[in-house]
Design a protein around this ligand. Structure first.
Ligand SMILES: *[C@@H]1O[C@H](CO)[C@@H](O)[C@H](O)[C@H]1NC(C)=O
Ligand SMILES: *[C@@H]1O[C@H](CO)[C@@H](O)[C@H](O)[C@H]1NC(C)=O
Ligand SMILES: *[C@@H]1O[C@H](CO)[C@@H](O)[C@H](O)[C@H]1NC(C)=O
Length: 576
């Protein structure tokens, strides 16, 4: 209200009363509406508790109480597989129950949905809400889509898994969106605008909700669909048997449970040799013929797996520079919670929304950063890519040939002059890997226990992909064990830097989904983010960094993406 209208009010007392009355009514209506909107939001929020991509729900004391389980079903399942019941603390028990609840995914109303009634991305266009509006950098905007089936009828339930990003190809700019499932066939996707220009929207249906049900069934019923083996050797005799995390105990078996973490692992007993003759661990194979009845229809690459959803109307918005642009970012320090979105690419460089990412464009800058450091890279092949990138790019950091297979490790690289040591270890079983000696496959938790730590120690790890074929419970337990070790490490050496790389998305040609779907990874990733919340570790959000990028999804992202991951990593090692 400006000064003029106020003074005119006082000049005309009668119209003032009318005006006041009107204002009062308008206010009342507004208040009522706001109250309604608030309620509406609250109910959406509650029903979508497990749905919000980021930020993850924080556990308050009320929720904690509600989460108090009658029985720890998740530990019971583990105990059946050889985990020791007494090894779980009460906190770990209720945390696991909470996490299982957190990642619950809605079911279609009935289990046998005919294919014609399943989600059809080709009939389900998205619309940009308020697309004609002028948007500024820093604004948020929303995309809506309603899912239809193959008969052209709208769907009445949710549970489809979508991924979305905004991008400007000419600027090599991109950022991931946050999907909200309204669980009635409608989906909303939020994007934060971080650069000016013509910003396009891309949405993928990763799996229809009916396909997710199949993935869930396989995860529960067929955890052995990837199987492993070990060779036992003594002198000239050698035998090979099947191994897994949980083995049917129908025949004699060997117990290779790790004594320190209590994490089980079993192999069938060789006929001649003793269990102690085991020398290695090997990925043995993938079981085939996993799908039953109609299930195959839900995994058709050109139809309903990672299938683009097309726009109805405009597929872009125009974004103007913000008058209040130029946020001052802090230096990167561990212990901060992840923001949503975590960042965006601009000119193919990842910009974090939480801190200043340094550029490490030349080998010299990396050497300067790592001088005097002891670097441990632990996990799977997606973080082994960091080791490979660094040793290829920084010529002074020489890979020392330990005689191990490139894809198995362990690996060591040294820069004697600059006192840099970098080691890579693949994480312990389960892991799909070429033959690797038992001694060369440490559990991350045990490795951490063996590291003294200190201001010159840097540890980066990732773990997710090789748990994709298992129920979530063993993954929760693995992370709890890793977290125990991190906390011990940070107690004895608080200056140690621990960096966690999240999962990343990948290509899903037919069948890869059944063993390694992004949906499996996504569920584990949610658990990982929650597990390490509030402790003094840093994250590299490879999940968003691979969704946001213009290159096609791949399990092993191309080197431009790895370069960006490493720049985030090194920004924590050597902040500006
Ligand atoms: C496991 O331990 C919990 C808590 O101590 C106990 O309630 C439960 O009965 C135990 N289960 C088994 C199978 O021993
Ligand atoms: C395997 O060995 C561990 C100790 O090493 C033991 O606690 C556990 O009960 C054993 N499991 C089975 C199934 O024999
Ligand atoms: C994204 O936009 C929303 C709404 O404006 C805002 O609350 C949130 O903080 C933004 N996220 C980041 C990381 O800036």
């Amino acid at each position: 209200m400006d000064g003029k209208s106020t003074s005119s009010l006082f000049r005309y007392p009668t119209s003032f009363c009318v005006y006041a009355l009107l204002t009062l009514m308008v206010l009342l209506i507004l208040i009522l509406n706001i109250a309604q909107i608030k309620n509406h939001n609250a109910s959406i929020d509650e029903s979508n508790q497990n749905w919000r991509i980021y930020p993850l729900p924080k556990l308050n004391s009320r929720e904690k109480q509600q989460m108090q389980p009658k029985r720890d079903l998740w530990t019971e399942r583990l105990v059946q597989c050889g985990y020791q019941n007494h090894s779980f603390t009460p906190e770990e028990r209720s945390e696991g129950t909470f996490l299982m609840k957190m990642i619950e995914w809605p079911k279609p109303p009935n289990s046998a949905v005919p294919f014609q009634k399943s989600s059809n991305p080709a009939y389900s266009p998205f619309v940009i809400l308020n697309s004609a509006k002028t948007f500024y950098v820093g604004d948020q905007f929303q995309v809506m889509l309603q899912m239809y089936d193959f008969d052209g009828h709208p769907k009445r339930y949710g549970g489809d898994y979508l991924q979305a990003r905004i991008h400007t190809p000419a600027l090599k700019a991109g950022s991931a969106g946050t999907v909200i499932d309204n669980q009635n066939g409608f989906y909303y996707i939020n994007f934060n605008l971080s650069w000016p220009g013509k910003v396009e929207v891309s949405v993928l249906l990763v799996h229809p909700s009916e396909g997710i049900q199949v993935l869930k069934r396989l995860r529960e019923e067929r955890p052995e669909r990837v199987y492993f083996k070990s060779t036992f050797k003594s002198g000239a005799v050698s035998e090979t048997t099947v191994c897994n995390l949980c083995l049917s105990q129908s025949q004699p078996f060997c117990n290779f449970t790790d004594v320190r973490t209590g994490e089980p692992w079993f192999c069938y007993k060789p006929k001649e040799l003793p269990c102690s003759a085991r020398i290695n661990h090997i990925m043995a194979g993938y079981e085939q013929n996993l799908l039953e009845g109609e299930e195959g229809h839900y995994f058709q690459s050109q139809v309903n797996v990672k299938k683009p959803i097309l726009p109805s109307g405009l597929a872009h918005v125009t974004v103007k520079p913000s008058p209040h642009a130029g946020k001052d970012l802090r230096e990167c320090v561990p212990g901060k919670s992840l923001l949503s979105p975590a960042g965006f690419y601009y000119q193919d460089k990842w910009m974090s929304t939480s801190c200043n990412i340094r550029r490490f464009d030349t080998p010299v800058v990396i050497t300067d950063c790592l001088r005097g450091k002891n670097v441990y890279i632990l996990g799977d092949s997606t973080i082994r890519q960091w080791f490979e990138y660094l040793t290829e790019f920084v010529s002074g950091l020489r890979k020392f040939d330990l005689g191990n297979l490139r894809k198995a490790g362990p690996h060591l690289a040294l820069d004697i002059d600059n006192k840099i040591k970098m080691e890579y270890y693949a994480h312990g079983t389960p892991i799909r890997i070429l033959p690797v000696s038992n001694q060369d496959l440490p559990f991350i938790a045990n490795k951490l226990d063996e590291i003294k730590g200190g201001k010159n120690t840097v540890i980066a790890f990732t773990i997710w992909c090789h748990f994709n074929t298992f129920p979530v419970e063993p993954y929760i337990r693995r992370l709890q064990n890793i977290r125990r070790s991190i906390l011990r490490l940070l107690e004895r050496s608080p200056d140690t830097l621990v960096v966690i790389k999240t999962a990343n998305v990948q290509a899903l040609p037919r069948d890869v989904s059944l063993y390694n779907s992004d949906w499996y990874s996504y569920q584990l990733d949610l658990v990982m983010r929650k597990m390490f919340e509030g402790i003094n570790v840093a994250f590299v959000d490879a999940w968003e960094m691979t969704i946001a990028h213009y290159l096609p999804h791949e399990l092993h992202p191309k080197s431009i993406i790895i370069k960006n991951e490493i720049e985030v990593f090194l920004s924590y090692v050597c902040p500006l």
